[in-house]
Design a protein around this ligand. Structure first.
Ligand code: ZN
Length: 356
């Protein structure tokens, strides 16, 4: 990568260097994408390089730069300029002379007052997608929130709420992924379909694997969305700031990798109604009946038992304490706090290109 300086590229570039499917260097000529799209690709690369260097400064391990054999997303910045709708089934993209058939535009078709912002052209393992950001007016819709809720995010396999609900957050890797991984291990680099009979060559199996992973991440997102939606029906949500990153490394690494805990947490943190307690709050140790702090709790103790006679499921106990401890610190001001209505909602809808 030393040979190329990103600052030398501008929107007038017509050739790019890359790798073909057997990872041999090739030079592509750009024919279709417009200068605005080129610019956004270059900007995207610069942006990624910047965040990489920030990571490096913060002592994260950053590997060396490598070639990619394909570029997976192009930002289309302006509706009506870089992309436009002809009708519910057809769009135009700058630089393409023909209309492109799409599926899925009915998600936002004919919604009054809808505004289109940027779109992203995505090359995903199972086809081409256009992810469109839209804004729509939600009006003065009044919402009836349920009362406060505390959430305990255990290391194990569940999220527990103060009202006793337990959500399973683990998603099993599919058999298909395991099978593809086994096949890839057996394939030689650059093997093609003919050589690898009766199975498929390495390149093809890799594609199948990527598709299976895309499905897995879709299932994870779906699960996280459903959990977050239910939790946000409550007016105040309390959770504790626990170190998710640390979990990836230790004993529980493999379990956390396929859990949706990180996704759920990331979604909740952005919400105004969510209060995050510092990790020093004794949510597990504190007894809500007598106020004592129980010191000798092991990770294996599933039930909290106090000398005053109070006992409760460990996770429900912790979740309830979050509400108690948070209210102690804010002296009830939380209840008087007025929440602004969400006027605009950003929604990402995806439309899929039909196979020709
Ligand atoms: Zn007690």
């Amino acid at each position: 990568m030393n040979d190329y300086d990103i600052n030398d590229y501008d929107s007038k570039i017509i050739t790019v260097h890359g790798l073909d499917k057997d990872r041999k260097p090739v030079t592509h000529e750009l024919q279709y994408i417009s200068s605005q799209m080129r610019q956004s690709v270059i900007q995207g690369i610069k942006h990624s390089l910047k965040s990489l260097s920030v990571l490096k400064k913060n002592k994260h391990t950053v590997g060396s730069l490598r070639y990619k054999s394909d570029y997976a997303s192009i930002n289309l910045q302006q509706h009506r300029v870089t992309y436009r709708f002809y009708d519910i089934n057809h769009i135009g993209i700058q630089g393409f002379t023909e209309r492109i058939r799409i599926k899925g535009a009915n998600q936002f078709w004919n919604i009054p007052g809808i505004e289109f912002a940027n779109a992203k052209l995505l090359n995903l393992p199972d086809g081409y997608y256009l992810a469109i950001t839209t804004y729509q007016n939600k009006g003065g819709e009044k919402r009836n929130y349920k009362s406060a809720i505390g959430i305990d995010m255990g290391i194990k396999t569940t999220i527990t709420t103060s009202d006793g609900r337990k959500y399973k957050i683990l998603i099993e890797e599919s058999e298909r992924i395991k099978k593809c991984q086994r096949l890839i291990a057996r394939r030689k680099k650059g093997s093609n379909n003919a050589q690898a009979r009766p199975f498929r060559g390495r390149y093809k199996v890799r594609k199948l694997l990527h598709r299976a992973y895309q499905k897995l991440s879709g299932r994870k997102k779906d699960k996280a969305n459903k959990i977050v939606h239910e939790l946000l029906e409550h007016k105040h949500i309390y959770m504790q700031d626990e170190n998710l990153k640390g979990w990836h490394k230790g004993l529980f690494g493999r379990t956390v990798q396929h859990s949706v805990l990180g996704l759920v947490k990331a979604k909740l943190i952005r919400q105004e109604r969510v209060t995050i307690l510092s990790s020093s709050e004794p949510t597990t140790k504190y007894c809500p009946e007598c106020g004592k702090l129980k010191k000798d709790i092991k990770l294996s103790d599933r039930v909290y038992q106090c000398s005053c006679g109070y006992s409760e499921d460990r996770d429900i106990h912790a979740a309830r304490n979050m509400i108690l401890l948070a209210k102690k610190h804010t002296c009830g001001t939380q209840e008087n706090y007025a929440f602004g209505e969400d006027v605009q909602r950003s929604q990402k809808a995806r439309v899929r290109r039909l196979k020709p």
